[in-house]
Design a protein around this ligand. Sequence first.
Ligand code: MEV
Length: 436
Amino acid sequence: MGKEERFENLLSEFHRIPFEERQERLAKWCDLDPQELQILRGVNALPIETAEHFIENVIGVFPMPMGVATYFNIDGKDLLIPMAVEETSIIAAVSATAKWIRKMNGKITTETRGNLIIGQVQIPRVRDLELAVQRLMARKTELIQVANSIVPGLVARGGGVKDLLFRSLPREDQNGTMLVIHVLCDPKDAMGANLINQVCEGLKPEIEMITEEKVGLCILSNLVDGKLTYARVEISGIDPEVGFGIQEAAQFAKTDPYRASTHNKGVLNGIDPTLIATGNDWRAVEAGVHAFAARSGKYQPVTDWHFDGTTLVGEFLAPLAVGTVGGVTMLHPTARLALKILGVQNAEGLARILAATGLVQNLGALKALATVGIVKGHMRLHAANLAMAAGASERELPLLREELSTALAREKRISLSRAKEILEAIRSTEKPIHFN
Ligand code: MEV
């Protein structure tokens, strides 16, 4: 059996089969042992002793469902993408969209643009801008050497500080000029926050000595525009109503920041869950994506869609500074497993998968919004949550869910109070009842 065929078999009825069987299939596909399957069940998923090393004041751990997005083929490789998320419809929607792309013979491709993260060393109110820059330029090579001596391990891995940039900025309070030195560093497979912060602080005395100016803040920038990730989806043979609808939805986001915000939230729905699953700093990525979206001065969508009458092309471009070493990634048992399931070799590979997942998640949302609306898909799964929240017992759950779906189809809305009402009606009758 070919690899593609095996992937299709792995996924057949994947969301319907019992949990045990899903784990069995996963174990075969990703070569997981029984202990790893136990970790996925939550047993020693994050031992308290490990949690105690991560943060202070530990009082427990916070469990969250982790699923896999299915049907993805990125850059020619079939993948299961682990996502830790509480929002009901995210995995269902992204998997259905990836399945649609596959059925339509669409292509998902990705690339990385640049490899440099940014650290900032600030001189808040520079006395002599020209002289300070002149002196720094003259000693640039030496400064880069000093910077690299702070991170010898990174340099040995082929990374390290590659360049310095000098930016003069008129202060917002119009009280002089700020000089900001950008330290550009290749962090290799680390997200790089700790590395670059150490480098910036380490450079402070040297910069003060060279410039005879006073340094203020030394800290990384989350607007990592020297290391962008790009993803592209191309699908031919699209129904014009759907294609033009998606293009029009992108137009709305480009025109109106109120819509762009929601549009980008939908993109991040496909990114944050895998950041969480792999133990990455999702706040840093969020900050970077939003700052990048606003770089022109107007908040813009981070994806765009074009339709020429038959072919739909979507593109994603944003900074996704992630790591596969450092941070908690390798220390968190579940995060380690998530990386194993993904099968990524390095940070670049992870960022490229994230970009693709964000773009496909966005496509799913826009396709629904431009056609049937979002409520239908959302609510079908939300109905299951409402059935539980209404207090249905294990025995009552299937019936209440069914009744809620019927009510949803008919009434076009459901709520917790309606779920409770239906549950009461179920309890007051022996037989399942249908509501007219
Ligand atoms: C909901 O979590 C995300 C959406 O609002 C995204 C969008 O509107 O594009 C559906």
